[in-house]
Design a protein around this ligand. Sequence first.
Ligand code: FAD
Length: 267
Amino acid sequence: MFTLLNIAQPESLQDAYKIVTAKKSNAILGGCTYLRMGSQTIHTGVDLAKLGLHYIKEHDTFIELGAMATLRDIETNAALNKYFNGLLPKAVRSIIGIQFRNSATVGASVFSRYGFSDFITALLALDTEVELYKGGRMALAEFLDTPRSKDILTKVIIHKTNRTASYQALRNSASDYPILTVAVSHNAGDWNIAVGARPTRAKLAVQAAALLAGAGADVTPAILEQAAQMAAAELPFGANMRASAEYRCAMCKTLVKRAIAEVAACK
Ligand SMILES: Cc1cc2nc3c(=O)[nH]c(=O)nc-3n(C[C@H](O)[C@H](O)[C@H](O)COP(=O)(O)OP(=O)(O)OC[C@H]3O[C@@H](n4cnc5c(N)ncnc54)[C@H](O)[C@@H]3O)c2cc1C
């Protein structure tokens, strides 16, 4: 369990940023579900509760997820269940349990860039941007490749497109960390294939997606097989206590194939 020496509830993002960057051991507090797994001493914990960041808003062309929205909010939100075949609710549904998801927040889940993240894998397959207080707005893929520095993730923006999508994940047991996560989406010939928990963070399989884009409207069994093989070949896999690199690579072919087939079947 972590030790918190002071707590601050700033009334502006400017003050929150000032406090969090004032000392190395100061930290933003999300739902504290991950922080409590560690044993660090936090000099000042910055609670964002007074900044109005606990929301999910649907606009004409995009959906905004405030940093303090919880994973349970994602799971139960009507718009997110309607768009992209409910990709995001499906992705978070297996994370521990409802009580846990009532605490874990969007901001922490994305900012921390956990390799095992179901949520990031699903977001990466959509047209997603993140907004950071200092770093500004950027595509999620760019943010994932940016070196870590202290900042506050204020919101996630998902552009509303006609993407159809599928989420697949493999776990040794329900509510464990995933062995592999896959999200595939398609809109008017444009495909995204995101693979996470490799065990490192989610990445797009761009060559496999290009193959599908070039194949046109009809995803034949041969193209499906080739795209799955290509995704597994172009992405690096590693080992941890849950699975070997070889197993992850083999499972990647299976899950990517399943996800593409599911998306291709969507009308
Ligand atoms: C036991 C366990 C199992 C899990 N299993 C899974 C799983 O299977 N799949 C999955 O996808 N996820 C899983 N997670 C991750 C979980 O979904 C949350 O993403 C994670 O716990 C962080 O949520 P939180 O809001 O409680 O963050 P906190 O614990 O409050 O914070 C985590 C980190 O994020 C920083 N932070 C918080 N908010 C912000 C912000 N707005 N901007 C910048 N930095 C911020 C904090 O300073 C801290 O460093 C698991 C977590 C735990 C503890």
